[in-house]
Design a protein around this ligand. Structure first.
Ligand code: FE
Length: 219
């Protein structure tokens, strides 16, 4: 009887030990299991970058916009500032307000340096007339600044500017500045009244237009 108890205890002891012996194979398996981990390491390492880009990259992805590869020949030419610039605009990517009349326009593109390299954190300050050709010279309606994302991209949700009597050509004013660079003051135009080198390429998406324009500025 005693022998049976001793044998039972021994058997239990050995059984208890077996999983421990089984661990080395498991541990041996770990590198195999973790073999994909190195492959997932780059994903992990890109995640913080992706998350830091999240609002912008989500926005471009959500809109199904892939910017065409930039082609740069010259620096973007400057244009007169005009009489309606207001400094210290709010930082925002959307100038849209509820009930704002006009054709919706999504302006997108890169800010690039003279070597055609995208410039992160470049400053852009937009101002424009509303669909009726009127500027808000008291507040900040249809005015706003923003900074390019880590890929040097910007986007602006707005409306197609109207034409006003003193200047019957559709345009959006903008100032652009690379970090530490000089301010470029210029204007963007549209295919119905194009201006060479400063005309937005339009894509009709039915309920809104996408306008593509890349700025090339000196760093
Ligand atoms: Fe103007």
């Amino acid at each position: 009887m005693k022998r049976t108890i001793v044998l039972t205890i021994l058997a239990l002891f050995l059984t208890a030990c077996l999983p421990n012996e089984g661990q080395p194979p498991l541990a041996t398996n770990t590198p195999l299991l973790s073999t994909p981990t190195p492959a997932s390491v780059p994903q992990t390492s890109t995640q913080p970058e992706a998350s830091s880009l999240a609002p912008e990259s989500d926005f471009f992805a959500q809109k199904g916009i892939t910017l065409p590869a930039p082609t740069c020949s010259d620096l973007t030419q400057s244009q007169t500032e005009g009489p309606y610039y207001t400094p210290n605009t709010p930082e925002r990517n959307s100038l849209l307000e509820e009930g704002m009349p006009g054709t919706r326009l999504l302006l997108v593109g890169y800010v690039l340096d003279q070597n055609c390299q995208p410039l992160p954190n470049a400053w852009l300050d937009f101002w424009q007339a509303d669909a009726n050709g009127e500027y808000d010279n008291v507040g900040y309606r249809l005015r706003g600044h923003q900074f390019t994302d880590a890929q040097g991209r910007y986007y602006l949700e707005t409306v197609l500017p109207g034409i006003y009597a003193s200047r019957p050509i559709r345009h959006i004013h903008v100032k652009v500045q690379a970090e530490g660079g000089e301010v470029l003051t210029t204007q963007l135009y549209f295919p119905d009244q194009p201006v060479e080198g400063l005309t937005v390429t339009l894509e009709d998406r039915g309920d809104y237009l996408v306008g593509y324009f890349d700025f090339v500025v000196q760093r």
